[in-house]
Write a protein that binds this ligand. Structure first.
Ligand code: FMN
Length: 324
């Protein structure tokens, strides 16, 4: 099997982490990922109380005895007190790892997580933030490239450049995210110096993921060119599917619309691609690796195929690389 500092640190079989996805990474999906030998990450953002998160942790523990983690996205508008309670609860419940991300560093959580023997993986989109996360005490850092789904970093730097740059700058294990959908991406990330990968988009099109079946079907047909970026003008950059709803926002942005005009259009009350399956009028998206989604499989089938194909790739590389 695989052996990296990440697999050793977390006690997992494959160096694959299913990055937390807002509203999507729920118990059944997370347990399926962890059961397959990777690390599932529960989304905490949909819980209004720490006790509700505790229930979800217990539910996940009832579905798998493998390690899993919790994502805490540090939104500027987030509830710092609630995040503190989340930390307390996840330490009490013996959760193995925390994935933090967002607009702040993870320093405030380090001591409590370390005392609770919880590993901290901080996710960033810029090398300087990876360096800061190491300085603040993160156990590992994920660097995500511009290809990724969800919210995007300020710079448009890509995974292929960011991963080796980060590996050169920090000593802690680096995970690569953004654009990884199969064993080729995984092996390439390891070659770039990463010790694991974070995947989001490819895992959306799995049987266990709760997103609407119509969106999964859309993903199977879609290419990397079927996505667009909105929110650049108001600092809320995200990669979304190209549809009627997106075109409206892009038109407004091109005309120089203000934040007050644009932000209501990003609100959650809009029809959603993920929950409602409204791929025409809905809002939502995924990463460019959607172009590599050719079918809806179970999480186990996906992870197993990545492990098998990584083995085959190793043989292919053996035949291509110098032997002395
Ligand atoms: C629909 C969607 C929602 C996401 N929500 C979050 C989130 O709430 N917090 C977070 O840290 N990352 C979020 N991400 C990013 C993923 O955790 C992961 O870093 C990313 O998907 C990896 O790149 P990929 O999409 O190219 O695989 C989201 C990604 C997607 C596709």
């Amino acid at each position: 099997m695989f052996k990296t500092r990440l697999t050793e640190m977390l006690g997992i079989e494959c160096p694959i982490v299913a990055g937390g996805m807002r509203d999507i990474s729920r118990a059944e999906f997370v347990a399926a990922v962890s059961d397959a030998g990777a690390l599932g990450i529960l989304d905490s953002s949909r819980f209004k109380t720490a006790e509700a998160l505790r229930e979800e942790i217990k539910k996940t523990q009832s579905l798998t005895d493998k390690p899993f983690g919790i994502n805490i996205t540090l939104f500027p508008w987030g509830d710092a007190e609630l995040n503190d309670r989340f930390i307390e609860v996840l330490v009490e419940e013996g959760v193995r790892a925390v994935e933090t991300s967002g607009f702040r560093g993870p320093g405030e959580f380090v001591e409590r997580l370390r005392n609770g023997n919880v590993k901290l993986i901080h996710k960033v989109a810029a090398v300087k933030h990876a360096v800061a996360a190491e300085r603040e005490g993160a156990d590992a850092v994920t660097i995500v490239g511009f290809e990724q789904g969800g919210a995007l970093g300020r710079e448009d730097a890509t995974t292929f450049t960011l991963v080796p740059r980060t590996v050169d700058e920090v000593k802690i294990p680096v995970l690569a995210g953004g654009g990884i959908g199969d064993a080729r991406g995984l092996v390439a990330a390891l070659a770039l110096g990463a010790e694991g990968v974070v995947m989001g988009t490819r895992l959306l099109a799995t049987k266990e993921c709760m997103v609407h079946p119509a969106f999964k079907e859309w993903m199977v047909q879609a290419k990397e060119t079927d996505l667009a970026i909105i929110g650049r003008s108001v600092g809320r950059k995200s990669r979304v599917i190209r549809n009627k709803a997106t075109a409206e926002i892009m038109e407004l942005e091109a005309k120089g619309a203000s934040g007050d005009e644009l932000l209501p259009l990003f609100e959650r009350s809009a029809p959603s691609v993920m929950q409602d399956g409204d791929v025409v009028d809905g809002r939502g998206g995924c990463g460019q690796v959607v172009g590599l989604v050719h079918g809806i499989v179970s999480v186990k089938e996906l992870i197993n195929s990545m492990v098998e194909e990584a083995f085959a790739l190793r043989k292919r590389l053996d035949g291509m690389l110098p032997t002395s």
